[in-house]
Design a protein around this ligand. Structure first.
Ligand SMILES: O=C(O)CCC(=O)C(=O)O
Ligand SMILES: [Fe+2]
Length: 358
């Protein structure tokens, strides 16, 4: 299929795609794929409805999360990230996570695919792989998070089939190369309200950034606050009941030579209440080398100069693991010692950084 690059004049709203035909695998999924293509080219973000994820499961997850964050700090620190080690799991308090060097106004818990000691990647000591930390005092928290991750992983595979179709590729294109055994990361964030409107000046729940992997599927509560960068300004990704917000990460931007853009976004919670969000990251296998897809008529459309980090997603060499570790060490500087500053990954991190700055 011939793909012509789209000149991005800026978007003023985020499209909504009903993916029910993709979920049920009927012929109409080709129409869904073309809607996905348009959304990915013009915006890099889209809402999905008709996804079939059980609303009761989502409500349970939200309720248990509120229960967790309502506890005092001491109780939450029982599952602090320092106890998760290399697997990069557990709770972090407000101010511990940085975006572009500045502390974010949020607390949260990091999860990932639940892998036992016997898993080969855990045995190899691969960072970001291992078992989760769950609060022992909140019944059904563990079961609910694990069930949610399983359902969302399935949804990730479904969406990747749609994204492959949207690029004129066979439906299994990504699964065959990158996501048969995806790197799954899942986070629950709690954004506190500001103490006064003036307190919000230049303070972000999450500062401007792009996501690192292939696809993010975000559940948000009804507070609002997520903003997406368009050429014409920041566009609110306001909550739509029973939808998820999907966005393209750096690796799909890289694979498509910039046709599908990993769009910068940020969060500021001005609702006056606590805001919960649940980003689910469906990413390439840690050891996969992410390559350009040969799409007819496509030249690299690099946005290095306008990007939040001034880096090009097209330049680096290495595996997805190399890429993600180089980013993570900036988000959680104190974790560098735990898993990034091992001799060989550190030198790879430097190599990536040097290339991105060069
Ligand atoms: O909380 C949100 O709405 C977005 C979070 C986000 O952008 C991220 O975790 O990458
Ligand atoms: Fe993000």
């Amino acid at each position: 299929m011939k793909i012509s690059p789209v000149v991005n004049e800026g978007f003023s709203q985020i499209p909504i795609v009903d993916i029910s035909a993709l979920v049920s695998r009927t012929d109409e999924r080709h129409t869904v794929a073309s809607q996905i293509k348009q959304a990915c080219c013009e915006c890099g973000f889209f809402y999905i409805v008709g996804h079939g994820v059980d609303e009761n499961l989502q409500q349970r997850l939200e309720l248990l999360s509120r229960q967790f964050f309502a506890q005092d700090l001491e109780a939450k620190l029982k599952i602090r990230m320092a106890l998760g080690g290399k697997a990069w799991r557990g709770y972090f308090p407000v101010g511990d996570e940085l975006t572009s060097g500045k502390p974010d106004q949020k607390e949260g818990i990091y999860f990932g695919a639940e892998l036992g000691e016997e898993h080969p990647l855990v045995q190899d000591g691969t960072p970001m792989h291992g078992s989760n930390l769950f609060p022992a005092n909140i019944p059904l928290f563990r079961e609910t998070v694990l069930e949610y991750m399983e359902v969302m992983t399935e949804l990730g595979h479904t969406l990747m089939a749609g994204i492959a179709l949207s690029l004129g590729l066979e439906e299994s294109y990504f699964a065959d190369r990158y996501t048969a055994d995806p790197l799954i990361l899942f986070r629950i964030f709690n954004y506190p309200p500001y103490s006064s409107p003036s307190d919000s000046q230049d303070k972000w729940g999450v500062g401007e950034h792009t996501d690192y992997g292939i696809l993010t599927i975000l559940k948000q509560d009804d507070s609002g606050g997520l903003q997406v960068k368009s050429r014409s300004g920041w566009v609110a990704a306001s909550p739509i009941p029973n939808s998820f917000v999907c966005n393209i990460g750096d690796m799909l931007d890289r694979m498509t030579g910039g046709l599908y853009r990993s769009t910068p976004h940020r969060v500021q919670n001005l609702s006056g209440r606590y805001r919960l969000s649940f980003p689910f990251f469906f990413d390439p296998n840690f050891n996969a080398e992410v390559k350009r897809i040969e799409l007819d008529g496509l030249s690299i459309n690099d946005d290095k100069k306008q990007r939040w980090d001034g880096a090009s997603v097209h330049d680096f060499r290495g595996t997805y693991g190399d890429y993600v570790l180089s980013k993570v060490s900036k988000v959680f500087p104190e974790l560098r010692r735990t898993f990034v500053l091992t001799a060989d990954s550190y030198s790879r991190e430097q190599a990536i950084d040097n290339r991105q700055q060069g």
